[in-house]
Design a protein around this ligand. Sequence first.
Ligand SMILES: NC(=O)c1ccc[n+]([C@@H]2O[C@H](COP(=O)([O-])OP(=O)(O)OC[C@H]3O[C@@H](n4cnc5c(N)ncnc54)[C@H](OP(=O)(O)O)[C@@H]3O)[C@@H](O)[C@H]2O)c1
Ligand SMILES: [Zn+2]
Length: 338
Amino acid sequence: MRVAAFTSYDSPSDIEVQTHADPTPERGEAVVAVHAASLNHRDLWKLKDERRTDRQELPFVPGSDLAGIVERTGEGVTGVEEGDRVVLCPLRTCGTCRFCREGPENVCSHYDIYDGAFAERVTVDADRLVVLPDSVGFAAAAALPVAYMTAYRMLARGNATVDDRVFVPGATGGVGLAAVQLANLIGAETIGTSSSGEKLARVERAGLTHAVQTGAPEEMHAAVEAIGEVDVTINHLGGPFTRVGVDVLRRGGRMVVCGRTAGRYPDFDARDLYLGHKRIIGSTLGTQTDLERLVAYVADGRLRPVVGKQYQLAGTREAFDDMADRQLVGKLVVRPHE
Ligand SMILES: NC(=O)c1ccc[n+]([C@@H]2O[C@H](COP(=O)([O-])OP(=O)(O)OC[C@H]3O[C@@H](n4cnc5c(N)ncnc54)[C@H](OP(=O)(O)O)[C@@H]3O)[C@@H](O)[C@H]2O)c1
Ligand SMILES: [Zn+2]
């Protein structure tokens, strides 16, 4: 079977299509024929920034989000069978730590994320598969796990409600656009930003209330303040956008953080935080139950994940380049069987 693998950690040009042996399922595992696999910024970090993720043995097949058809199951598998259409919950947990016992499971002390989606076939833990209704396509399903689960949990962690104004700096990518769509779903007002007017127009078509076209922190601050006070900031950018996210919050407002694309160490005035009774909350991924809910929202037509572009397996390198160059709206999806 064919896979798209990293062959060195130097640059996105080192992703090659290779032929690997077909996988066989061990006890509790299923082999899934991957019909769609989506790209996350996490995959790009693995390629380009050694500080952020540990180096893996090469060749290394990246990719956490996949949807496809179960081809074989190992001993002891009961939840899925051959022919089932499925999406993988990429969350891996120990099942025994305090947080696994008390929940939510994404807080697990030994938390990890599945890698290996950019392949024609994969072996996965069968109990991490969620069966798809026929109405949910593979590309839409593969768009959901990392981006939409993360955004879903962030909104929940920020206690976003119908009365709230939700601010999403960087609203055109996976987590950002997912946060806008899910905030819309609960009836909240949304403010989203992008450095590109063209990309922002696509987010407006997905339901964004207020579009702010800028990539400059000061300008962003002023434009958001002119719209009104923010109840919840959903922040995957970090860096200088941390301060913007805190400053625009109303008294008692919340900022939920899941990433730091724009910089490692943020700089903001703590006085604004304590005098304003504001909160900054960290959040990572979501639970399998969250993914089941998201699949149900897509099935009943409430949520349409935005798939910006699709690629053949041989186009995986191009997908990584597009993400590195910020040439994307929503999710980039690789189709290994096309
Ligand atoms: N903790 C978790 O569980 C978790 C889960 C998912 C993601 N994350 C993190 O969240 C971040 C977003 O992930 P993603 O997959 O959604 O990425 P993505 O799709 O590549 O995000 C693209 C968005 O980020 C903006 N952006 C990219 N680089 C920027 C920069 N240098 N300065 C300002 N804006 C920039 C883009 O703005 P323009 O429109 O202006 O181009 C666009 O809106 C990553 O850091 C990722 O590691 C964490
Ligand atoms: Zn655990």
